[in-house]
Design a protein around this ligand. Structure first.
Ligand code: HEC
Length: 106
């Protein structure tokens, strides 16, 4: 799970440092919380089974998920389907972390 720690650390760095363009819906998102939720909910484990590697290959910005809203919607869908019980602001936090680490929507 090394990659996820890296993402968490990176998210923390981003959260505290400098100006960074980001979509309106992710403004004020708690990136440290999002990174922690990604680990606690074992998001990567299941993705690894599907795509191998560290699982991050499942995040494909240029395909189906091509807006911030769709990204957040996908996380919400996983939340509902898997019964994770995340609150709306937690879903946003997770999506915001994925945006910083993989999707880079502006
Ligand atoms: C039980 C297995 C499983 C778990 C657990 C899981 N996912 Fe997924 N996830 C999938 C599968 C399978 C896909 C691919 C769906 C497809 O390609 O149609 C996917 C796709 C995604 C995508 C879209 C990727 C893209 O760009 O198309 C996102 C975002 C995502 N998952 C986020 C999460 C998050 C966040 C969590 C943890 C809160 C999570 N997933 C937990 C199985 C899982």
């Amino acid at each position: 799970m090394k990659a996820w720690w890296a993402i968490g650390a990176a998210a923390l760095g981003w959260a505290t440092g400098g100006v960074h363009a980001e979509p309106e819906i992710f403004k004020g998102a708690d990136l440290a919380l999002g990174a922690r939720l990604l680990q606690e909910n074992r998001c990567a484990e299941c993705h690894v089974r599907k795509v191998g590697g560290d699982g991050s290959g499942i995040y494909r910005p240029l395909e189906r998920i091509n807006t911030p809203g769709l990204l957040r919607g996908m996380v919400e869908q996983c939340n509902t389907e898997l019964n994770l019980g995340m609150f709306p602001e937690e879903v946003s936090a997770v999506a915001a972390v994925l945006n910083r680490s993989h999707y880079h929507f502006k």
